[in-house]
Design a protein around this ligand. Structure first.
Ligand code: NAP
Ligand code: MG
Length: 403
């Protein structure tokens, strides 16, 4: 059998722990035998980030900008304990945060649905895609403890030398706390555009939920920018297939729970953090959740939404067979390869990626699944497959399809 040839380099970003082990297995079993992989590899293991003082992370982001498409393995974001455990020079920031900031990207999280893992919400029939605005608000805040009486004010000093504006936050007579948050028009606009692009591409409804009854200026600003960008997209050929729902955030949450799914939910940074976890567990398992970063200039990065699955890795190091679900990691690879095939005009590459995805879904629906899914599958799966057994079963089905 001759291997599928690629035209443009795909950026490969390797990572840590259990997902690093799975990463290599997926490549070796499902990709290398079928595709002449054209990759530029960046090793973002915590050891390499430490050795390069995190330069490798920035290099990886630049490579995605250069080539257009990257696939990423989960990586450790070191906390104080990890700094100690790995003997790191410092607590490096989240690689995802660095890459996201460099590409000014929006993250779309979406579940892979399989028939025998019914969603916790009985009404959900189609995936819900969560778009999280990954800049500002709570995540770029400044905070202060106030431990004696005093006034806290917020002052804007225009660089032009124009008259400053001062607002009173609170006149404290007893101890308390304050917080300041900000966002940027350009970032909110990029976010709105990325959401509209994906909704148009997938022909699904777009929801925006904010709390502008209370936060008329700050939250209202988000709604207004979305209104402008939706209006600007009205002439798009696919616009009639996308319905835009402008909601209050609490209404959006209530509606999402009783909806049948099948829409894109644009969330502010904090809400996106919460809702993506709610939706992920509502659909069954983190092992079935993918995460795609889309930049305003059309650069793509695909990854699993879950982390490095440390608890399983520690068992793996003890020599134990783990039952870690490789599905989302496989879909990171297939997402990247399918996109490369689409951009480069290589239909057989896209078709191979789709064949792998179908083989994974059929394997699970055929009753072979890892422990996380076996536990919630209906009908029940008595014996969970190990990671390797699961991959071997996927490979068998794949060979049936493409052999
Ligand atoms: P995690 O790696 O997502 O794992 C949390 C738990 O979820 C696991 O212990 C496991 O539960 C279950 N789980 C997650 N993925 C699974 C899979 N594929 N198959 C089966 N079960 C799965 O989160 P964490 O333990 O909080 O974080 C570990 C490391 O990952 C941290 O260093 C964190 O910074 C990093 N992280 C990276 C990313 C990223 O790179 N995108 C995202 C999140 C976290 P059981 O143990 O109950 O089986
Ligand atoms: Mg979260």
């Amino acid at each position: 059998m001759s291997k599928i040839q690629m035209k443009t380099t795909l950026v490969e970003i390797d990572g840590d722990e259990m997902t690093r082990v799975i990463w290599a297995m997926v490549k070796q079993r499902l990709l290398e035998p079928y595709i002449d992989l054209k990759l530029e590899r960046y090793d973002l293991s915590i050891q390499e980030r430490d050795r390069t003082d995190d330069q490798v992370t920035l290099d990886a982001a630049k490579a995605i900008e250069r080539y257009g498409v990257g696939v990423k393995c989960a990586t450790i974001t070191p906390d104080a304990a990890a700094v100690e455990r790995f003997g790191l020079n410092r607590a490096y920031p989240s690689p995802n945060g660095t890459i996201r900031a460099y590409l000014d990207g929006t993250i779309f999280r979406k579940s892979i649905m399989v028939k025998n893992v019914p969603p916790m919400m009985r009404t959900w029939k189609k995936p819900i895609t969560i778009a999280r605005h990954a800049y500002g608000d709570l995540f770029e805040n400044v905070e202060l403890v106030i431990d004696e009486p005093g006034r806290v004010e917020m002052t804007y000093t225009p660089a032009s030398g124009a008259e400053p504006t001062t607002l009173l936050l609170h006149d404290f007579t007893s101890p308390g706390i304050v917080q300041g948050v900000h966002n940027l028009e350009s970032s909110i606009r990029s976010f709105a555009r990325a959401c509209i692009t994906v909704a148009l591409e997938e022909q699904i409804d777009l929801w925006l939920g904010v709390k502008d009854t209370i936060s008329k200026t700050y939250h209202g600003y988000f709604r207004e920018i979305f209104r402008q960008e939706i209006a600007a997209a009205a002439e798009h050929p696919g616009a009639s297939g996308v319905h835009y729902l402008s909601l209050l955030i609490d209404d959006a949450i209530a509606r999402s729970v009783r909806s049948e799914g099948g829409f894109l939910w644009a969330c502010q940074n904090y809400e996106g953090d919460l809702m993506s976890d709610m939706v992920a567990s509502g659909f069954g398992s983190l092992g079935l959740m993918t995460s795609t970063l889309v930049s305003p200039t059309g650069k793509w990065e695909f990854e699993a939404a879950h982390g490095t699955v440390t608890r399983h890795y520690l068992r793996h190091l003890e020599g134990e067979q783990t039952s870690t679900n490789p599905t989302a990691t496989i879909f990171a690879w297939t997402g990247g390869l399918a996109k490369r095939g689409e951009l480069d005009g290589i239909p057989e590459l896209t078709a191979h990626a789709k064949a792998i995805e179908a083989a994974v879904i059929e394997t699970i629906e055929g009753g072979v699944a890892t422990g996380d899914l076996a536990a919630i599958s209906d009908p029940p799966i008595e014996t969970p497959a190990s990671t390797e057994e699961f991959l071997a079963a996927v490979d068998l089905r794949l060979r049936d399809k493409v052999g």
